[in-house]
Design a protein around this ligand. Structure first.
Ligand code: RB5
Length: 149
């Protein structure tokens, strides 16, 4: 599995922790920045991860900002992206099983590092359940098609 990860300044420190976790799990990843705590704009990072996942170059993405909200909204604007903002393991598991989420969003200012790592573990280890969920996820794609220019 190939992962792309990015954050703004508000998610930088947590991103560095998650990168260590990915390295510990021998998971291939690319870090799209930010590379310091200098102030940047979260939409740029949500977009770049969204595009990298939607293009098929990466299997899944992880985006982090202060709350996880702005960067997940930005990533979700890219057609084909299903970014899930998760603050608990139940939602992380369900976002994979039910929604086939291909991007995980985390809020550094909202959850602790250890919880974030548990969420990442669960999210990476859970597969899409398919079945009835296939139809529903397909309907999300239909919404994108309707508004595609
Ligand atoms: C940056 O201060 C903060 O607004 C950003 O990290 C994020 O929380 C936006 O949703």
């Amino acid at each position: 599995m190939k992962i792309v990860i990015a954050s703004d300044h508000g998610g930088f420190r947590l991103k560095q922790e998650i990168i260590k976790q990915l390295e510990g799990k021998n998971i291939e990843y690319e870090d799209f920045g930010a590379y310091s705590e200098e102030s940047v704009d979260y939409p740029d990072y949500g977009q770049s991860v969204g595009e990298a996942v939607a293009s098929g170059k990466f299997d899944r993405g992880i985006v982090i900002c202060g709350t996880g909200i702005g960067i997940s909204i930005a990533a979700n604007k890219v057609p084909g992206v299903r970014a899930a903002l998760c603050g608990d393991c139940f939602s992380a598991k369900a976002s994979r099983e039910h929604n086939n989420a291909n991007v995980l969003a985390l809020g550094e200012r909202v959850i602790g590092v250890e919880l974030a790592k548990m969420i990442v573990d669960v999210w990476l280890d859970t597969e899409f359940a398919g079945g009835r969920h296939e139809r529903r996820v397909g309907k999300i794609g239909n919404i994108e098609d309707k508004y595609r220019k």
